[in-house]
Design a protein around this ligand. Sequence first.
Ligand code: APR
Ligand code: PHB
Length: 393
Amino acid sequence: MTTHTTVGIIGGGPAGLLLARLLHNSGVDCVVLESHDRAYVEQRQRAGILEQSTVDVLRAAGAGERLDREGLAHDGIELRFDRRAHRIDFPSLTGGRRVWVYAQTEVVKDLIALQLKDGPPLHFGAQVHAVEGADSDRPLVRYTHEAREQVLTCDYVVGCDGFHGVARSAVPDSVIRTYERIYPYSWLGILADVPPSCDELIYAHSPRGFALHSMRSPSVSRLYLQVPNGEDPADWPDERIWDELDARFAVDGDWTLARGPITAKSVLPMRSSVTEPMRYGRVLLAGDAAHIVPPTGAKGLNLAASDVTVLAQAFAHLKETGSAELLDSYSDTCLRRVWRAEHFSYFMTTTLHTDPAQSPFDTRLQLSQLDRIANSPHAAAELAENYAGLRIG
Ligand code: APR
Ligand code: PHB
């Protein structure tokens, strides 16, 4: 069966769902094709921090009601190093910006509920296997849905299909440029049924490696610790995890890490990757389909949100004026912010993690950088502005 839409969206993750919501609100018709089923997409454990700009966009799009009710607004983070703790305050360093702890799973649930209630078509179980005609004025998407081959013709196709998606293949090898860095360590992430031992996130540099204390709610903690690449979560029984976290969060003073039953455990590798350009003809890329960041800077979800905010504005402009000028500048506009986020994520990752190959000299440099941030409002402001998020556009 062949159908037609203005914007064919491949992928029903945060990027695809938010783009569909923004286009719907601007009267631009679209269709979302998602290969997995709803339950799978909604339970996928991912990021947990929303920048101010992302929260602003979700609220403006009508998707902020539960976020405002259940999200945790945070005005800062704590850096730990050399057994010392130092708080970075966001509002005072960024003119009032803050961040929210609200899991990506919850953002996805809110956007799906909105779309199924009052939104454009969202097809689950729709596996896209080809994108054709990128350099024509009628690109098409071939997909399998309910055991039948389907074709969706579009004015434009947007690949929101993540790092392992198919849309990127629409950009010819002669045009595409990929920039990558693989890190020599991974994160072991856990969910635990225990109230967080902190009011705000703790990022810890330690001689044993990096650790992060985040959270999901007043009763659920989310923690990560640096492990070698290829580590098997099965080698980490609960007690070993808590003992290692205790050692890495060690700080002078009377702070203790509360323990509780670990309900989820997984190892995630760390990579930086950018695909340029983020557009070829009438196929555009957004979110993880175009770029990957190591999770240290909490940028992945927020970059996806900023891409689709710029893109939705470009499609609205095309509908209102007939001009494709904002679509033409989409890739350059987004890549400037992407590279800023890539650098910040790289900075947070390499400053806080212990590369197995690093020398004692390298470690002293890391501690000097952290000491600089702790003692200079200018250095702290640079971190705060990047973490709480730059204004979009
Ligand atoms: N056909 C249909 N859907 C596809 C295909 C395909 N061929 N390939 C991938 N998808 C779907 C995936 O099932 C997934 O739901 O595209 C979606 C991509 O979602 P994400 O990978 O979450 O990427 P994005 O929406 O850009 O969100 C970025 O998600 O992965 C995290 O850390 C990342 O927080 C960041 C956020
Ligand atoms: C999370 O809560 O999952 C989280 C928070 C901050 C990060 C990375 C992950 O930098």
